[in-house]
Write a protein that binds this ligand. Structure first.
Ligand code: GLU
Length: 321
């Protein structure tokens, strides 16, 4: 049986961009008679809030989405909240360390920004770490550890390539080393998204990952992690983002497009679902619908190739009637 998931981070209220991904991930599984999982990715305790997680569950239900496994309904792969799964991540880190692939990094954020080489290609939106702490002697590591707790990085060999066939974007190939050695555990002890998502998707036997295109480059790093942890990688579908007229993603700060705000204005969930389905190419024009009605219409090939621009007309369609 195919298994898919929606894995939100509870760092803000759900907005239309999140709802778009959730709806498509749900449709992908429901149209394949698969299992749909909800997982809360709350490892970043500085930014995650329990009340946002509650709002997310409530907003998803309000839209008409359901899940077979999740924090509230349980399931055979529980727990479904990442902060309750730390031992699994530590176990994976121990395995990576046994393979000789991890090293402590003492560089501060400012140092990394200063030494970073010009970012390019797949990882164009972040500074590339040059791996300088990899060569520290054992004695030097010990000395520095007395002054500062290090982050833990994963060594990514230069000759590694990762390839996959994205269900939306087609064949992809890239070298994870282009992004530099990446952090698997931060200096403050927080496990990185890259590691946690791979450990969880593998443990939860996820076969299909559908998520926003902003996470495309992460797939190279995650592909490398699947390889070294000796786990089969899922298939991927990176769906277009909803952006504003200036090319910026609809972000959590666009408060007027949160589901909470739309709901309190009196917008019916069916209108939101119908509009999102139209944006996904599943309906010629927007019409109010329950998600259930879209199951027979779901086709990944209908998704537009490029990002979707949110316009005043879309906004107007959502005005309460
Ligand atoms: N938790 C991540 C986010 O909210 C998504 C993880 C994923 O789908 O791989 O951006």
């Amino acid at each position: 049986m195919r298994r898919g998931r929606f894995a939100p981070s509870p760092t803000g209220l759900m907005h239309l961009g999140n709802a778009f991904v959730a709806l498509l991930a749900w449709l992908q599984m429901r149209s394949a008679n698969g299992c749909f999982i909800l997982r809360i990715e709350d490892l970043d305790h500085g930014r995650s809030r329990a009340h946002f997680a509650e709002h997310i569950l409530c907003d998803l239900r309000w839209l008409g989405l359901d899940w077979d496994e999740g924090p509230d309904v349980g399931g055979t792969h529980a727990p479904y909240v990442q902060s309750e799964r730390i031992n699994r991540y530590e176990h994976a880190i121990a395995k990576l360390s046994d393979l000789g692939l991890t090293y402590p990094c003492f560089c501060s954020r400012a140092e990394i920004a200063a030494i970073a080489s010009a970012p390019h290609g797949w990882f164009s939106d972040e500074p590339r770490y040059d791996g300088r702490c990899w060569t520290l002697s054992a004695r030097e590591r010990e000395r520095r550890a007395q002054q500062k707790s290090p982050s833990l990085r994963l060594r990514v060999p230069v000759d590694t390539t990762v390839s996959f066939v994205d269900r939306v974007l087609g064949p992809q190939i890239g070298r994870p080393c282009e992004g530099g050695d990446f952090v698997v555990r931060r200096a403050d002890g927080v496990i990185s998204y890259q590691l946690a998502v791979v450990v969880d998707d593998a443990a939860m036997e996820v076969t299909d990952v559908l998520r926003g295109r902003d996470l495309l480059a992460s797939t190279l790093r995650q592909g490398f992690l699947y390889e070294v942890l000796d786990q089969p990688a899922p298939t991927y579908a990176h769906v277009p983002l909803i952006i504003d007229e200036h090319g910026r993603r609809l972000a959590k700060r666009d408060g007027d497009l949160t589901l909470q705000a739309l709901r309190s204005l009196g917008v019916a969930p069916e209108r939101i679902v119908g509009l999102l389905a139209h944006l996904a190419g599943l309906l010629e024009g927007p019409e109010p619908l329950r998600p259930q009605a879209l199951i027979p219409r779901f086709q990944m090939s209908r998704l537009p190739a490029s990002d979707i621009v949110w316009t005043a007309e879309h906004q107007a369609y959502l005005q309460p009637h």
